[in-house]
Design a binder for this molecule. Structure first.
Ligand SMILES: [Zn+2]
Length: 95
């Protein structure tokens, strides 16, 4: 999977999970449902991030090997084989 698609898909999924959790918070007035949604959301985040880091890796544009997402100032993908770094240019830190 290309880095661009990998990054977009990862964020789309995380936003979808966040959206579901927020929706349950607003729709349901029960504390139990809200706390379950929050727990499910956290588990979902961990699963999605883990899946995108290890199961569906992005491919290095230079050599086609596995590139891992790193959070160092900006979101970067670093290749495990040739050390090529692809910077998405998007800041990981909220200002
Ligand atoms: Zn590479």
């Amino acid at each position: 999977m290309s880095i661009k698609l990998h990054f977009r898909l990862l964020f789309a999924l995380l936003l979808a999970i966040l959206g579901i959790v927020v929706a349950v918070f607003f729709i349901s007035l029960s504390w139990e449902a809200s706390s379950r949604a929050l727990f499910g959301g956290i588990v979902g985040f961990v699963l999605v991030i883990g899946m995108f880091q290890y199961v569906i890796p992005a491919r290095c544009p230079k050599c086609g090997q596995r590139a891992r997402l790193e959070l160092k100032g900006t979101y970067k993908y670093q290749c495990s084989a040739c050390d090529h770094v692809h910077d998405t240019g998007i800041s990981a830190e909220a200002d």
